[in-house]
Write a protein that binds this ligand. Structure first.
Ligand SMILES: [Fe+2]
Ligand SMILES: [Fe+2]
Length: 249
């Protein structure tokens, strides 16, 4: 049995502090073999820097996934090329810095593939995630006994569809990006673990991590506002997936 912990989008310092202070105890208590976390909002809500990625690794995160915000801090681009354990969505155009998959050893020795793809509904029109994810799976399926997919997408419909697309092909499909957890965690019929959105590790007295007053003013007035990361009520949203070491067919 391999136990994966996946931590939902880490937002700003409140999110990073939760991971710094709490992750080791969660890992020990739940006997976690591999920690994966989405880090696209680690730098005050916008992107991630090499130093912050190194911090997350030092706190015990073994693989960092990304999303649309991965690119917000330009200094991450050479780091993405050098550090294999930080991913960006695989379905960006060919030639984009970094990679969308990695195979790592969990602490119990099991080879785990982590794949990151991004949706296209209400998001940038990048390559087809449904096709690209199958290519990525094909590239790791000989090597990895467990395959984990972070599908970073806005529309619940696109994420649910991806769950069905990958049922029986991977160990788990988890959704990120909306920062609001969904109550639909389940095992699909072919034994793939699925949830539409894991939620956010950050300040929950906010609007998806951003200071709620500024967001509310934008809704009330229609005028642009300066967005700051909120600070209050930090909470860690995560899922644990317990998986048999069976190569998905
Ligand atoms: Fe996010
Ligand atoms: Fe996102």
């Amino acid at each position: 049995m391999t136990r994966l912990l996946f931590v939902g989008d880490i937002v700003g310092k409140p999110g990073r502090e939760l991971v710094r202070r709490g992750l080791k105890a969660i890992v020990a208590h739940h006997q976690i073999d591999l920690v994966i976390a989405n880090g696209e909002n680690a730098a005050a809500g916008f992107g991630i820097t090499p130093d912050l990625a190194d911090d997350l690794f030092a706190y015990g995160v073994q693989v960092i996934t990304g999303g649309n915000h991965t690119w917000d801090k330009k200094e991450i681009i050479p780091y993405l090329a050098d550090q294999a354990r930080i991913l960006r969505p695989a379905n960006f155009p060919a030639g984009t810095a970094g990679r969308g998959r990695v195979v790592v050893r969990a602490t119990n020795g099991v080879a785990v593939a982590v794949i990151n793809v991004m949706g296209r509904v209400f998001m940038t029109a990048i390559d087809d995630p449904f096709r690209v994810v199958l290519e990525q799976i094909e590239l790791v399926r000989q090597e990895a006994q467990v395959i984990f997919v972070d599908f970073h997408a806005e529309a619940t419909s696109e994420k649910v569809a991806m769950g069905w697309h990958l049922d029986g092909r991977v160990t788990a499909v988890v959704g990120t990006h909306t920062h609001v957890p969904t109550a639909d965690a389940r095992l699909l019929p072919q034994q793939t673990a699925y949830i539409t959105d894991v939620g956010m590790t950050g300040p929950h007295d906010s609007v998806i991590g951003v200071d709620r007053h500024a967001i509310l003013q934008r809704f009330l007035t229609g005028l642009p506002q300066r967005f700051e990361t909120a600070t209050e009520n930090p909470r860690l949203n995560a899922v644990i997936i317990a998986a048999d070491e069976v190569t998905p067919s």
